[in-house]
Design a protein around this ligand. Structure first.
Ligand SMILES: C[S@@+](CC[C@H](N)C(=O)[O-])C[C@H]1O[C@@H](n2cnc3c(N)ncnc32)[C@H](O)[C@@H]1O
Length: 257
């Protein structure tokens, strides 16, 4: 099964890296090596976002599809419970310079507090600067948007137990799982996510990893917290540049904590 996982992952990964580096960018060769081997390292991503960024003309970058392709997986889950106007807490975990977090903030008619968090201070700074230079208009006047440098392997240093309603992971667990030294970090991040979500909360992992591989991994890693510690589902999102993408939906269940 390990061979299966690696074969599928490398195919998707090389497609993505070929696409990512098909834009003007210096020193491609060593950056490609870094991306293939060290996507779990802050330095790799600082370099990636620094080399991509054009100071005079910032553009959001999506590792794969953006908000419009996945809004139907996200927005219905933000609908408040009847008689509740509580802010829904959402984390875009490993946001990079994606426009996803700001898009949720702009498009949600319900009050949301969106945090865009990443280990790369370069990425966080770029997003923050974009939002300061031209503030986004909230879809609901009570909504909030902020930016945070964080390590998803230590989420509980930033967020209390059961304090978030939704965590969106678009390519971040993929990046950890595909790094030479990232496997255990991916497991640690999953465990941390299950701790900061209540049973009514959702972790959405968007990934090109085939369900044969990812579901087994999710079941094995969440199973370390107790049998049936998480409810796990999967939906197909669609195909982009010949690669099929999925949305894995994970919720803590009563045995998690
Ligand atoms: C494949 S990129 C995806 C970026 C963004 N979500 C998107 O869709 O464009 C993975 C992101 O995970 C971030 N990352 C890697 N390790 C991390 C960690 N331990 N904690 C938080 N973010 C991390 C990287 O800096 C990078 O921005």
């Amino acid at each position: 099964m390990a061979i299966h996982v690696n074969t599928l992952s490398s195919r998707g990964l090389s497609t993505i890296i070929r696409y990512v580096l098909a834009v003007p960018c210096r020193k491609h060769t060593s950056l490609t090596t870094d991306l293939i081997e060290n996507m779990d390292k802050r330095e790799t991503w600082d370099r990636f976002y620094r080399e991509r960024s054009d100071v005079s003309n910032f553009k959001n970058f999506e590792w794969f599809f953006g908000f419009d392709s996945i809004r139907d997986f996200i927005m219905p889950l933000l609908k408040p419970q009847p008689n509740s106007d509580r802010l829904r807490r959402i984390l875009d975990m490993g946001c990079g310079t994606s426009a996803l977090g700001p898009a949720i903030y702009r498009n949600s008619q319900w009050p949301v507090h969106v945090t865009c968090g990443d280990i790369s201070p370069v990425a966080v700074h770029l997003l923050q600067k974009q939002s300061k230079s031209k503030p986004f208009k909230a879809g609901n006047p009570a909504s909030k948007l902020d930016f945070l440098e964080l390590d998803c392997c230590q989420l509980q240093a930033w967020f209390g137990l059961e304090s978030l309603d939704m965590i969106i992971d678009k390519g971040t667990t993929d990046a950890l799982l595909r790094s030479k030294e990232g496997q255990s970090k991916a497991g640690q991040a999953l465990k941390q996510c299950l701790g900061v979500l209540p049973q009514t909360g959702f972790l959405l992992q968007f990934s090109d990893e085939d369900p044969d591989a990812r579901l087994l991994w999710l079941e094995r890693e969440s199973g370390r917290l107790g049998i049936g510690a998480a409810k796990i589902g999967v939906h197909e999102v669609g195909t982009l540049r010949g690669v099929c993408y999925y949305c894995y939906v994970i919720s803590p269940s009563s045995t998690t904590q």
